[in-house]
Design a protein. Structure first.
Length: 121
């Protein structure tokens, strides 16, 4: 394929087919997102924030109520997932401490309920 005086080499791909590499100093998406598309994405994001917060509140409440899956999912959403690795003792310790805090919150909630106190939070 010729462009002007230069020849562009196609690069074979492992899945078959070929790609034409970008010219040096040129972006593959020079214009970026259009203003309309960017505004659409921002509007969708703004409208979803309250729903995401409601989901996190529900996961937290279920976690405090005793649902270990909900507690772990809440932790993953708030701080990001911890990648399991054999040599990652710190992540394991953090996970254990966070679960201990959740169990303590559950114990306090149960204690408050037994004493007739209204649970807080």
């Amino acid at each position: 394929m010729a462009t002007g005086n230069s020849v562009v080499q196609r690069v074979p791909q492992p899945h078959g087919g070929t790609l034409v590499p970008f010219a040096k100093g040129k972006s593959g998406n020079p214009g970026g997102l259009s203003k309309e598309r960017r505004e659409l994405y921002e509007a969708i994001e703004r409208s979803q924030v309250p729903k995401v917060l409601q989901m996190l509140d529900a996961l937290f409440d279920r976690g405090i109520a005793g649902d270990d899956f909900a507690a772990k999912e809440w932790l993953a959403q708030v701080r990001g997932p911890v990648k399991a690795r054999d040599d990652d003792a710190i992540a394991s310790a953090v996970q254990e401490q966070l679960m201990a805090l959740i169990h303590e919150a559950r114990r306090r909630r149960a204690e408050a309920t037994e004493n007739g106190d209204a649970p807080t939070g």
